[in-house]
Ligand binder design. Structure first.
Ligand code: HSE
Length: 455
């Protein structure tokens, strides 16, 4: 490493011996992300030391599979099978929780905080559900909890929302924040296949977990949206108030019709400030094909943030994987290394806003959310059907933006009617849908997908 004359002139006084000693990290769990974290810290140690001002060293690892852990970290790192031995080790400054779930991970994180350790976690489920309790404990103890890896893997979206955009009144955040479902939706569109077929293929290729429930039901995305909601608007974590729909009932037919109308269907996590409160929702969404986020394909993630000063910003990258997620974990380790001697009041607040300045703005029930809609109705192909449907929409003050009717195949007495609406309140749409569904000429369940222009 060469030192420039400028750097040599401006260098501050040497740090004390204590500060020069590498900060000591204990890993709880060394699976995909843990091994990536170990590798990145090893490979980039010089660069990381130059950034952090001192080295960052993993000196203890707890994993139930001690032999496998040892094969990753070698003989110079202490490997144990009991996480509590790492937490109790007075030499450890930062505990990295990579176990996952809300069970033992919650207990261990709370114990680490109580022991005065800083914590870094990739655990979105834990933070979305128990974050308020965890951050309150950390605040009381004067320790930091880093969670950049919990949302969109390697994309530094927490840093962007919490620091880079801190001048702004954030208006909305919308993201593709689950790679598994984005991969499935991309395959459904490319190949014209239905959900079940693509899911099986994704599992065979290892893109989807053996138990993909959290991903395909939208729960994983809702955990991440909950975290973004809290730091975008300065409100507590409220996962229980999120409206969550997954992609399991989505049909290739709707992806095709949406395409014909100039839209792609994406599973979006959306959080938006409105006059009445805050929206927090995850559901399949039609997005205009010309938007950059509509063209995010495969397992990639992307988040769009709209701020009043900056306008629209877009963040794109890998939302999962060993080294992309490790990139976020190590960034938190660097932040903590830089700041751990600072007065806790001078650190970045966990939820971006000072803990005593969090707002109690309500999360709105989905019936109060205002969006536009895509509707697909299987209808009898006979006189007056379209006019009865448009009358019902008009009676509920729902304005139609576009209509597409597929030409009936020869001899077929029924057809698909596709309607795009302008913005309306969801509760109003529900009433109209109930009346349309009751028409004898509507022959199957009406498909309803929300649409967002994101402009
Ligand atoms: N299972 C997640 C995804 C990655 O598919 O994006 C971890 O949150």
């Amino acid at each position: 490493m060469t030192t420039s004359p400028v750097a040599a002139r401006t260098r501050v006084a040497p740090r004390s011996d204590v500060e020069a000693k590498p900060i000591q990290v204990g890993l709880l769990g060394i699976g995909t992300v843990g091994s990536g974290t170990f590798k990145v810290l090893q490979r980039n140690q010089q660069e990381i030391r130059r950034r952090a001002g001192r080295g960052i060293e993993i000196s203890a690892v707890a994993d139930l599979d001690v032999a496998r852990a040892r094969s990753i970290v070698g003989d110079r790192v202490r490997v144990v099978d009991a996480a509590r031995q790492v937490i109790a080790d007075p030499a450890i400054d930062i505990v990295v929780e990579l176990i996952g779930g809300y069970g033992i991970a919650r207990t261990l994180v709370m114990e680490a905080i109580a022991a005065g350790k800083h914590v870094v976690t990739a655990n979105k489920a834990l933070l979305a559900v128990h974050g308020n309790e965890i951050f309150a404990a950390a605040h009381a103890q004067g320790v930091m909890v880093g969670f950049e890896a919990a949302v969109a893997g390697g994309i530094p979206i927490i840093k962007a929302l919490r620091e880079g955009l801190s001048a702004n009144r954030i208006e909305w955040v919308a993201g593709i924040i689950n790679g598994t479902t984005n991969f499935i939706l991309s395959e459904m569109r490319d190949k014209g296949l239905d959900f079940g077929v693509v899911l099986k293929e994704a599992q065979r290729l290892g893109y989807a977990e053996a138990d993909p429930t959290f991903d395909i039901d939208g729960i994983d995305a809702a955990h991440k949206a909950t975290i973004m909601c809290a730091i975008a608007f300065g409100v507590p974590m409220q996962f229980d108030k999120a409206h969550v729909e997954g992609i399991t009932t989505l049909r290739a037919t709707d992806i095709r019709y949406a395409e014909q109308l100039g839209y792609r269907i994406k599973l979006l996590g959306i959080t938006r400030r409105s006059a009445e409160g805050i929206e927090l929702r995850v559901h399949p969404t039609l997005v205009p094909s010309r938007r950059l986020i509509a063209n995010v394909e495969g397992a990639m993630n992307a988040v769009v943030v709209q701020g009043d000063a900056v306008g629209t910003t877009l963040y794109y990258g890998k939302g999962a994987g060993s080294e992309p997620t490790a990139s976020a974990v190590v960034a938190d380790l660097v932040d903590i290394t830089r700041l751990h001697t600072a007065d806790p009041d001078h650190r970045v607040p966990h939820l971006a806003f000072q803990p005593d300045a969090l707002a109690d703005t309500p999360i709105l029930p989905v019936e109060q959310v205002v969006t536009s809609f895509y509707l697909r109705l299987r209808v009898a192909d006979q006189t007056g059907v379209l006019s009865r449907i448009t009358t019902i929409l008009a009676e509920h003050d729902i304005s139609i933006d576009a209509v597409l009717q597929r030409e009936s195949a020869e001899g077929e007495r029924q057809t698909d009617l596709i309607i795009l609406t302008h913005d309306t309140r969801e509760g109003r749409m529900n009433q109209a849908l109930a009346r349309m569904q009751a028409l004898p000429t509507v022959l199957g369940p009406i498909v309803r997908i929300r649409k967002e222009d994101l402009n």
